[in-house]
Design a protein around this ligand. Structure first.
Ligand code: NAP
Length: 404
């Protein structure tokens, strides 16, 4: 029997297109439709229909529906809107996403290189050690959350033939052009592709996801039910209040290199300084400490992936280095001028004069080292704990003593 809607009545038509009956629910049937019926037998009303080849007749059911009819229908609709999401790569970020997806009532299964069985039990996720078993569960969505570096190997190792003929593949990698090209190369044409990047992580999205950006690119999504499936997946983020940003993968990578990669680089650089909280922290300093904490929580693989798999990252790293050198040059240039003024200031004490000469020489030498590209030596001194100013002071005093 095939069910179709006909002016508020539920019509059941047999597969041959022969006899058909419309069942009017207590809500759907109106008194006028009942009164216009040609015959009525204990709640069943036969409605006159235009004669057609398929001899369509409608029967209304006035009998009350089960008391829980509405709630059952709601439950059915609810079930239909839920997805079966299979996460591949159940590390830091995979777990973070799974928590919210489970909370929204979707069925979540996972597969990963390591065994996360007991954690998954606690989280209400079905864990599959065997990738064949995972695929044979036929998830609607396969969500790839592996490290950027391992993505290609992991994707190529999936037995795609065991999945549903049409499956939606989603990635959450922090770079976007790379998975887009890879998916297009590896996945069969019937599979849909959605590239996403939640611009937050377990630290920054610890509480609410409200207003946090979710970048996505519907790289290859079919129409009809396939598009609806993709939409339902995106709704997971919408419901959490994310700011949905549709953007091409190439555009994402351009923006991300000058924002995310720089953020991670600066955070990791400051991390190497082993900054500590002090009793007189300024707000700015607190922000730096937060940045270090935020970025160091991520694996080095992730950071390396940002560099290696975003074509714009090398240029950004060079720009950062140039900016740092330019800033140092600006500082030493200013100091140079002050000392030069002292040098030619008539009436200054002989010692001052000598100190100034020596100091200028030392400062210029240090600043030249930086600007000549042999900044490595100078910066090594900085990282060795002997800041250039200290270096300058020592050599200044020594040389001044020589002058005297
Ligand atoms: P990650 O270090 O980038 O990735 C860890 C995941 O990759 C784990 O599931 C791990 O599996 C798997 N993996 C690593 N090497 C593997 C290999 N050789 N073979 C198979 N699997 C391997 O850390 P993550 O934070 O969980 O990030 C996962 C993905 O999410 C990355 O692509 C990242 O760019 C993206 N992302 C992360 C954040 C974030 O804030 N952390 C935000 C947005 C997007 P096992 O655990 O089973 O070993």
């Amino acid at each position: 029997m095939e069910a179709v809607r006909l002016q508020g009545a539920r019509v059941l038509r047999d597969a041959q297109g022969g006899d058909a009956r419309a069942l009017l629910g207590s809500r759907g049937s109106s008194s006028s439709s009942s009164s216009s019926s040609s015959s009525s037998t204990s709640g069943r009303v036969r409605l006159p229909l235009r004669r057609s080849k398929s001899r369509l007749s409608v029967v209304a059911l006035d009998a009350a529906q089960p008391f829980d009819y509405e709630s059952r229908r709601m439950e059915q609709m609810h079930k239909e809107s839920k997805l079966k999401v299979g996460i591949v790569g159940f590390g830091n970020f995979g777990q973070f996403l799974a928590q919210r997806i489970v909370k929204q009532g979707h069925a979540v299964l996972a597969h990963s290189r390591s065994d996360y069985s007991s954690l998954c039990d606690e989280m209400g996720v079905s864990f599959f050690r065997d990738v064949d078993d995972f695929c044979e569960e036929h998830p609607d969505v396969v969500l790839l959350s592996t490290s950027i570096l391992s993505t290609e190997a992991v994707l190529r190792s999936l037995p795609l033939q065991r999945l549903k003929r049409s499956t939606l593949f989603v990635d959450v990698l922090s770079v976007k052009e790379f998975p887009k090209t890879l998916f297009q190369q590896v996945l069969p044409a019937e599979f849909d592709i959605l590239c996403t990047h939640p611009m937050f992580g377990p630290e920054s999205g610890r509480g609410s996801w409200n207003s946090l950006p979710l970048v996505y690119d519907k790289v290859r999504v079919g129409s009809g039910v396939r598009d609806e499936r993709c939409q339902r997946f995106l709704e997971i983020f919408e419901r959490e209040g994310c700011r949905m940003v549709e953007m091409s993968c190439a555009e994402h990578d351009r923006f991300a290199a000058s924002s995310q990669f720089i953020t991670h680089t600066v955070g990791r650089m400051l991390g190497k300084l082993e900054l500590e909280s002090t009793p007189i922290n300024t707000k700015g300093y607190e922000t730096l400490l937060d940045l270090v904490q935020n970025t160091q929580g991520d694996s080095f693989d992730l950071y390396y992936g940002l560099f290696m798999y975003n074509i714009n990252a090398t240029e950004e790293l060079e720009r950062l280095e140039l900016a740092f050198d330019a800033l140092k040059k600006q500082l030493f240039g200013k100091l140079h001028n002050v000392l030069r003024k002292q040098l030619f200031d008539v009436g200054s004490a002989a010692t001052n004069h000598a100190v100034a000469v020596a100091s200028t020489a030392a400062t210029v030498a240090a600043s030249d080292k930086i600007s000549n590209g042999s900044g490595v030596a100078a910066s090594e001194k900085i990282s060795n704990g002997s800041a250039v100013s200290q270096l300058t002071l020592v050599s200044t005093v020594e040389e001044a003593q020589g002058h005297q």
